[in-house]
Design a protein around this ligand. Structure first.
Ligand SMILES: [Fe+2]
Length: 451
């Protein structure tokens, strides 16, 4: 008779296939690190896989991390990793672990709808699977679906007790989903509650910053982010995104010297090639230029240089669009066109998928529009952006991040002297953000033109 030892469980009570309790707890520690933006999350994963080199979820988690990095070099290692994770899960994994391997498979294949569906299914049976929850939150975000982010959180939240640390973290996630869904008041309440529980919860701090951004409460925004800086500045590269939010507030206040100073001393990390950092960098430099501020080719060249190895990553249209911003800014219009062509034909190289379709239909014209705008082909930029505008949300990212493309559209419409269109776009913008300074300035130009 074979005696089966009960599987170890993680801190949320989920069974984990692992050689020892220590290995399961190392995996748990890694997932917590991911959730909390811990700078040593990679080391935690290494420790987990050292404790049990055949732990199925260790390999799945490694694949998830590679996907989260949205980096072509890591992406190229995924087929091998998928085979390993799949074999280990099939051999010894629980149904939950096998479902995670399937979700990773779908994500790698560009089938974002299926990956998110699988996590939703996992969460029906295992509502305390915080890994599935956090991944769902992230990928639904890159599908432009805050409704799904919110629905998923609401479907599991009662499974957590208010006294649990995780409850506060989920509250912070809920705050961000509410904010992206346009429910600002509820978002702010939830976010502030989460931060009161744990001021180090960078995601909750971030959610409130987004509310302040969307409501153009810029001075309050600077104060909010600064007041908690000692807490969030300890997290991994995500801290740069919080600096970016502070810079956005300064930009809206017209404090351009402060933006440039923060850019040089806080935002810019010469060592980093993380996609979010490059997006932050390119987005703030372009915003400054759209305000007529000279940012200098040196800063652009440094960002563009970092995008060079990633022109064939093509993992997220949102990211490729920012790379196109940087390439165009240094006059490399061919680089932007290369990105567009790659996105257009992604299905041929990686197989047709939801993401390949999105890249071709939205990402490619967006990259070309950005290049057109930079090259002075304003009318062409307007036409391309207008054509994709109703679906632009599908590339994901936040409203605040995607706003850059609306700013480019309005700027291009002005350059092309398409005044009635510019007025219509500004009216729409004023309705959504009546206190927005950039809109106010642009509207003054239009009033002078149209009387
Ligand atoms: Fe953000």
């Amino acid at each position: 008779m074979t005696l089966h030892r009960a599987l170890p469980t993680d801190s949320f009570g989920l069974a984990v296939t692992a050689a020892s309790d220590a290995a399961a707890s190392a995996l748990d520690h890694t997932i917590a690190g991911y959730w909390e933006f811990a700078p040593d999350t990679g080391d935690r994963l290494k420790a987990a896989l050292t404790a049990d080199p055949e732990m199925p979820m260790g390999h799945v988690l490694k694949g998830y991390f590679y996907m989260l990095m949205a980096n072509g070099a890591l992406y190229s290692r995924l087929p091998k990793l998928l085979r390993q994770a799949g074999t280990l899960c099939d051999k010894a994994g629980t149904p939950r672990e096998r479902a995670h391997a399937a979700a990773l498979d779908a994500w790698v294949a560009g089938d974002f709808p299926n990956a998110t569906r699988i996590w939703e299914d996992i969460l029906v049976d295992h509502p305390r699977d915080v890994l599935a929850l956090r991944l769902h939150h992230g990928l639904a975000f890159y599908m432009g679906r805050p409704d799904r982010m919110l629905a998923q959180i609401d479907r599991v939240m009662p499974a957590f007790g208010e006294e649990e640390t995780a409850y506060g973290q989920i509250l912070g996630m809920r705050a961000f989903a509410l904010e992206e869904a346009g429910r600002f008041k509820e978002a702010e309440r939830a976010g502030r509650r989460a931060v009161a529980r744990n001021p180090r919860d960078a995601w909750a701090v971030h959610a409130v910053a987004h509310v302040l951004e969307m409501e153009d409460r810029s001075r309050e925004g600077v104060e909010w982010v600064m007041s908690l800086e000692n807490e969030w500045d300890r997290v991994n590269n995500f801290r740069y995104h919080l600096w970016w939010h502070r810079m956005l507030f300064h930009w809206e206040l017209g404090e351009h010297d402060a933006v440039l100073d923060l850019y040089d001393n806080r935002l810019w990390d010469p060592e980093s090639e993380e996609y979010l950092d490059l997006c932050n960098d390119a987005a703030i430099l372009l915003r400054l230029e759209l305000r007529g501020i000279e940012v200098g080719q040196e800063r652009w060249r440094a960002v563009a240089e970092k995008t060079k190895p990633h022109l064939e990553d093509n993992l997220l249209a949102f990211v490729d669009a920012h790379y196109a911003v940087a390439r165009s800014a240094v006059g490399d219009l061919e680089g932007a066109e290369h990105l567009a062509r790659r996105m257009e034909t992604l299905g041929e190289t990686r197989g047709q998928s939801w993401n390949a379709d999105l890249m071709a239909e939205i990402g490619a014209p967006l990259a070309r529009a950005i290049a057109d705008h930079r090259a002075g082909r304003a009318g062409e930029a307007v036409d391309k952006l207008l054509a994709i505008r109703p679906r632009l949300y599908e590339i994901g990212g936040s409203h605040a991040q995607r706003d850059l493309f609306d700013l480019v559209l309005i700027d291009a419409a002005m350059q092309a002297e398409r005044w009635p269109l510019t007025r219509a776009l500004l009216w729409q913008r004023q309705a959504a953000r009546p206190r927005n300074a950039w809109t106010h300035d642009a509207a003054a130009i239009i009033e002078a033109k149209l009387g």
